[in-house]
Design a protein around this ligand. Structure first.
Ligand code: SF4
Length: 361
């Protein structure tokens, strides 16, 4: 991190923005400013480039819930466990998800016991597998608006394939941002640029409308995030109130309309529990009735178990997803490491604990 931090600190453009941030913070007379960087990719840049140390002390950058693996409810993973136990089923998913511990075990454990659970990089590989396999191929799909359009497009492509289905744990981000704004004390939010690239600027505008909380849609380079912080400070001071899109080189006002129409054509929204939060209304993308044949829950009659009873645990993932620092957890880098994770925030490469672990000094 030190090396990367030096790179940023000595970059002329970054230095200029850091100086401007320093000047603006003088107007806050030492008052703490709590800014949430919503997504895991933001957190990765923040930690890797040591941005927290480069910013003035009064700015507290906290990470948010934008890690799809971390927020996926254990009971949804249980659907994957149930179907993967069936004869003649191959379950495909992404690497991080198979290691998430749940009260019913993990997909990795099931794989070790002999179930056919396979890690793939792209849902198209699952469809390809279905084309050449006699087995039922079930893909466990996760991710936000950035990955869901590809799932939608593969479902459309699968029309003549009768051994392919998905468990959709895709989530949409606005309900989570809404929950954060209503339940946590944050002074400003750095919103995810890649999500905005798909859904456009308007959903963010309406979310923050009527709330006196500034937001900036930000890119993922260190300079993007520093500039995002500067724009937020300027908004907090009543300057440049219209500048909410730092990532305008990629994010267009209306977003990607083709991807949006794929999403609305294939998916509908349902309420869903988010780990660390609550049941968030209309926040999970599930297949529309006309695509029911591809819905593994329907196809295999899978029943989602009830939310497990809260058990005593030292893991504070729930708090991490709303801004706590991984170092506040007594298990961090001791009993809990990426090799032996105790919670999803250490499993996922987008999880704050995993990111902190790999960038610790
Ligand atoms: Fe949970 Fe491990 Fe993170 Fe602690 S360090 S909050 S145990 S994932």
């Amino acid at each position: 991190p030190k090396l990367y931090q030096d790179v940023v600190a000595t970059d002329a453009r970054a230095r200029q923005i850091l100086d401007a941030i320093e000047r603006e913070t003088k107007n806050f007379s030492g008052q703490k400013i709590r800014i949430m960087n919503f997504c895991g990719s933001h957190e990765n840049t923040v930690v890797q480039y040591g941005l927290r140390d480069l910013l003035p002390e009064c700015i507290e950058l906290v990470s948010g819930p934008g890690c799809p693996v971390c927020v996926t409810a254990a009971e949804e993973i249980a659907l994957g466990l149930e179907v993967a136990r069936r004869e003649n089923v191959t379950l495909t998913t992404f690497g991080d998800l198979i290691r998430v511990p749940t009260p019913w075990g993990s997909l990795e454990q099931l794989q070790e016991e002999g179930a056919d659970v396979r890690v793939i990089y792209d849902i198209s590989q699952a469809l390809q597998l279905a084309r050449v396999s006699e087995r039922e191929i079930v893909h466990f799909a996760i991710g936000f608006e950035t990955t869901a359009p590809l799932t939608a497009s593969v479902i459309r492509e699968a029309q003549n394939i009768d051994n392919f289905s998905i468990i959709s744990s895709h989530r949409v981000t606005p309900p989570a941002i809404e929950y954060v704004l209503a339940n946590y004390q944050v002074d400003a939010v750095l919103c995810p640029g890649h999500v905005a690239m798909i859904i456009g600027v308007e959903p963010f505008r309406s979310l923050f409308n009527n709330r006196r909380i500034p937001y900036v849609i930000s890119g993922f380079e260190p300079i993007d995030l520093l500039q995002g912080v500067l724009f937020l400070l300027q908004q907090l001071l009543g300057k440049m109130s219209a500048n909410n899109n730092q990532y305008s080189r990629v994010v267009e006002e209306k977003g990607n309309e083709l991807a949006q129409s794929l999403l609305t054509n294939v998916f509908t929204l349902t309420d869903a529990y988010w780990r660390g939060f609550d049941i968030l209304p209309a926040s999970r993308l599930i297949l529309r009735p006309e695509y029911q044949q591809f819905d593994a829950q329907y196809r295999f009659g899978l029943q989602m178990p009830s939310k497990p009873e809260a058990t005593e645990t030292l893991c504070i993932c729930n708090a991490i997803l709303s801004g706590a620092n991984p170092r506040e957890c007594s298990l961090f880098a001791k009993a809990c490491t990426p090799e032996h994770p105790s919670g999803p925030c250490m499993v996922s490469r987008e999880g704050a604990c995993h990111i902190s672990y790999h960038n610790r000094e």
